[in-house]
Design a protein around this ligand. Structure first.
Ligand code: SAM
Length: 229
């Protein structure tokens, strides 16, 4: 089925607002409805990629709550907290952890206009001591009720939309693709437009074909390859 021009424009309009420098790191968050709700919020907020540190032997699973958002927000899996956080810090992310240490500040007093990774902890246990020890800033969302914590997906959405609010207020919220390097933008656009062809290219170890202005693939592909958008 050819890619409809309207669909191509829609994909670009969403990608134009994606941010490579805002993310969440989910440490041992494993319940499918929470992972699903968080990815859906990431999609809504314009997060390009999210990260999960898996419990040993577990792979992330989703349910209907995601409404397919796992197709639009890549979830990168890690096996080890310290290594994952080091990698993100090396990429320039400031690590903002959600826990209630003495040094934690009200989340509204933090600055999320630069590269920011929000660390969220497991449903029952919260962030590990390892993660808490590696954060650049600890934050909390003030609670006024009888229950001491929010559901992790609610906390994630609250933080992401505060980052969005700040970025809009300071004029750094992308609207025309400024949130992604050009090569990454083109790569993601191809993957979104032609997931099967992208998978085939990766398997064959060949670069993605170029697209024309209407989103059509410029080169002749093997007939056996099903081009489904
Ligand atoms: N007993 C756990 C604890 O003490 O951290 C509760 C974990 S809570 C249900 C799961 C995750 O949601 C936390 O690790 C944190 O990432 C996030 N969270 C929940 N309430 C929060 C709040 N008020 N402020 C910041 N993050 C919160």
């Amino acid at each position: 089925m050819p890619l409809l021009p309207r669909r191509f424009e829609r994909l670009k309009a969403v990608l134009d607002q994606r941010m490579a420098d805002l993310t969440v790191v989910l440490e041992h968050v494993h319940k499918p409805h929470n992972l699903s709700a968080i990815l859906r919020s990431c999609d809504a907020a314009g997060v390009l990629e999210a990260h999960v540190i898996n419990l040993k032997g577990r792979t992330p699973t989703f349910n209907d709550t995601a409404l397919g958002s796992q197709k639009w927000v890549e979830l990168r899996s890690h096996g080890d907290t310290a290594a994952a956080l080091r990698q993100l810090r090396d990429q320039g992310f400031r690590l903002v952890g959600t826990h209630l240490g003495v040094e934690a500040i009200d989340y509204r007093d933090g600055d999320y206009t630069g590269p920011t990774a929000f660390l969220l902890g497991a449903e029952k246990w919260g962030l590990s001591d390892t993660a808490a020890g590696l954060v650049d800033q600890a934050v909390f969302i003030p609670m006024r009720g009888m229950v001491q914590s929010l559901n992790v997906s609610v906390a994630a959405a609250t933080l992401l939309f505060e980052a969005l609010r700040q970025r809009r207020a300071t004029g750094v919220l992308p609207s025309h693709g400024e949130g992604l390097p050009a090569a990454l933008y083109a790569q993601r656009l191809f993957e979104w437009a032609y997931p099967e062809v992208a998978a085939w290219c990766r398997q064959e170890g060949r670069p993605y074909p170029e697209l024309d202005a209407e989103g059509a693939i410029r080169e002749q592909l093997p007939r056996t390859l099903r081009v489904r958008c």
